[in-house]
Design a protein around this ligand. Structure first.
Ligand SMILES: C[S@@+](CC[C@H](N)C(=O)[O-])C[C@H]1O[C@@H](n2cnc3c(N)ncnc32)[C@H](O)[C@@H]1O
Length: 211
């Protein structure tokens, strides 16, 4: 229910989403995320949860056999379809990340960018990810955070956020690396990589495995 509200919140911006995101967090951080994703190995059968307009999807699509790019928002999925039209191995599909329509152990990799810090139940999305991953599969999480940022940079980012999106959605978390990795371990994931990336603005980059 609350995630419907989160989805409605982001759905307001299909045309301006990408620019707004860059204005708020800055190009430097988006480039750092791209750098990390570029370094990933082959990912097999992949699902992306909360793909939005599909900004990061092509980077993952180049490293996998087949990929479902999923989100709850109809308007953002339209933008994603336009962007991803030329990628034959990507299917864009409406799914709730808390309860997808896929059978258990369907994927080698679950990818999510900037989703877990905006959902009502971060545990819920981790549990669903665990369910749909095969044994030995990987979960790749990248998510913006205020942790590790200087106070003045946080204030400036907050102001840019207000200008771009208005009042933040009800459930916005600002996780530390420890917060996120502890939640992942509780659900059963082993942690393979965990880093705080970015200079003035920051993101958590964590890779876990279902062992
Ligand atoms: C901050 S945006 C991130 C979009 C994209 N991954 C990116 O980094 O540009 C959060 C996304 O999560 C989606 N979302 C929120 N709740 C969801 C849910 N329960 N199931 C699937 N997607 C959801 C929103 O519609 C939105 O596209």
């Amino acid at each position: 229910m609350d995630d419907r509200r989160t989805e409605q919140y982001w759905s307001r911006f299909p045309d301006t989403y990408d620019n707004n995101q860059q204005c708020v967090v800055g190009k430097e951080l988006l480039d750092r995320i791209t750098e990390e994703l570029d370094g990933l190995p082959e990912l097999g059968e992949v699902i992306e949860l909360g793909c939005g307009t599909g900004r990061f999807t092509p980077m993952i699509a180049g490293k996998c056999e087949n990929m479902f790019a999923t989100d709850l928002s109809g308007s953002l999925l339209l933008a994603a379809r336009k962007r991803l039209n030329d990628l034959p191995n990507v299917t864009v599909q409406k799914e709730d990340c808390m309860e997808t329509s896929f059978p258990s152990e369907a994927f080698d990799t679950v990818f999510m960018a900037n989703l877990i810090h905006v959902v009502d139940s971060p545990n819920g999305v981790l549990r669903e990810s665990f369910r749909i991953l095969r044994n030995g599969g990987a979960i790749i999480i990248v998510t913006f955070t205020g942790h590790g940022m200087k106070l003045w940079d946080k204030i400036k980012m907050g102001l840019r956020f207000l200008r771009a999106w208005g009042k933040p959605p009800r459930h916005t978390h600002s996780f530390s690396l420890e917060d996120l990795t502890s939640m992942m371990k509780e659900v059963g994931f082993g942690i393979k990589t965990s880093k705080l990336i970015g200079d003035r603005t920051k993101a958590l980059y964590v890779i876990g495995s279902k062992d």
